[in-house]
Design a protein around this ligand. Structure first.
Ligand SMILES: Cc1cc2nc3c(=O)[nH]c(=O)nc-3n(C[C@H](O)[C@H](O)[C@H](O)COP(=O)(O)OP(=O)(O)OC[C@H]3O[C@@H](n4cnc5c(N)ncnc54)[C@H](O)[C@@H]3O)c2cc1C
Ligand code: SF4
Length: 335
């Protein structure tokens, strides 16, 4: 770990001003916000992240979980993953988020990890973590050691010839099906970005992962009201039953009409995409159809249609399809 300066932000504008001095908000940032520190400190110890200045945002009033006047739920960027998972409204109306958070990390980590930090956690690609190897995300132009290397855990959707790293978060897959909106305060003021537009695929610039610019502080996310009677499920498949990242996961929100036809559907997949992966194609394949296993399997096939497996992760194509089919079945039964 390299030497760094630690400053404490007393206000949101102070935090924004401090990080705006960085040349980037993406990989390679010289100034970083620190929230729970469970991801950032890990990577600083590995010399993957080498900020010269950390801006501690833990004193900012951004930890509340509250209803808004229009019936949405506002979750502060500093709300801890454990608190969000156990919040009564989240459990009742946005169960998929509670389930996703509880499927991630460990109780100790969830007590520290924050909503904003989870949104921005880094890939677990082993080469990204190892500064002795080439990695375009960590060091642009140095190559991608994972292509043709150890890529069992990595992505099959949204990849490029420059990077095939997965977004490892469980939370973010749930936020996709909840149509979350990310609220940002930056040097030009406040703005909102729908979660579907927050992440970018690697293309030829894998060091860039989100639309964030220097100075941008995520202040909170909002979850719009879900249709009454809609049920949601998060299913995570992994190498061991706890304390492990997803090989494949599925987040589903579903509502059926009185005749058993699907009248509202949201589908997202985790563990297989370079960003949390929403499949509007699968949603279109299900809307207005009967909630049965044949239609679920067809939708899963559609969701994985563009998958491009690497040398070691071809098994993920079928795994993700089964994960989706099973999760849709669970959502339909609980509906
Ligand atoms: C052993 C282990 C196992 C794990 N397993 C899982 C798992 O199974 N599933 C899963 O989803 N996650 C898992 N995680 C990851 C964990 O969820 C993240 O480490 C955590 O969510 C990060 O939150 P944090 O508040 O600690 O972020 P920090 O480490 O403080 O920050 C992470 C990044 O976000 C930026 N940031 C933080 N807050 C803001 C903000 N408000 N605005 C702008 N930028 C911000 C920081 O600058 C930094 O770049 C695991 C982690 C560990 C160490
Ligand atoms: S997959 Fe991405 S993060 Fe992993 S080595 Fe290749 S460029 Fe780096």
């Amino acid at each position: 770990m390299e030497l760094f300066e630690l400053v404490t932000a007393q206000t949101v504008p102070e935090a924004v001003k401090a990080q705006a001095k960085s040349s980037t908000a993406q990989n390679g940032a010289e100034v970083r916000f620190i929230a729970g520190g469970t991801n950032l400190i890990d990577y600083m110890k590995l010399n993957v992240e080498r900020p010269t200045r950390l801006v501690d945002i833990n004193g900012l009033p951004l930890d509340r979980i509250e209803k808004t006047a229009d019936g949405a739920l506002k979750i502060g960027a500093l709300a801890r993953n454990a608190d969000v998972a156990q919040d009564a409204t989240v459990k009742e109306q946005y169960a998929v988020l509670s389930q996703a958070l509880l499927a991630g990390a460990s109780p100790q980590l969830r007590n520290m990890a924050t909503t904003g930090g989870n949104l921005l956690q880094k890939t677990r690609c082993v080469y990204y973590r190892d500064t002795a190897t080439g990695c375009n995300k960590r060091e642009p132009g140095s190559g991608c050691s994972a292509i043709g290397g150890y890529n069992r855990m990595l992505a099959i959707l949204g990849t490029s010839e420059h990077c095939i790293a997965t977004n490892p978060s469980d939370q973010n897959v749930a936020l996709m099906v909840l149509d979350a909106v990310v609220h940002i305060e930056g040097v030009k003021g406040q703005r909102t970005v729908p979660i579907a537009e927050f992440y970018v695929v690697p293309g030829s610039t894998p060091q860039r992962e989100t639309v964030l610019e220097p100075g941008d502080l995520v202040t909170h996310v909002t979850l719009p009201k879900m249709p009454s009677g809609a049920k949601s499920v998060y299913l995570k498949l992994r190498d061991r039953a706890s304390y492990e990242f997803a090989l494949a996961s599925a987040a589903i929100v579903m509502k059926q009409d009185a005749g058993g036809k699907i009248e509202f559907i949201r589908v997202a997949i985790g563990g297989v995409g370079t960003k949390p992966w929403r499949s509007t194609e699968a949603e279109r394949a299900l809307l207005g159809r009967a909630a049965n296993s044949a239609n679920f399997r067809t939708a899963a096939e559609v969701a994985l249609h563009g998958a491009k497996p690497q040398s070691q992760n071809g098994f993920k194509v079928e795994l993700a399809k089964r994960c989706l089919t099973h999760a849709m079945g669970q959502a339909s039964q609980s509906a």
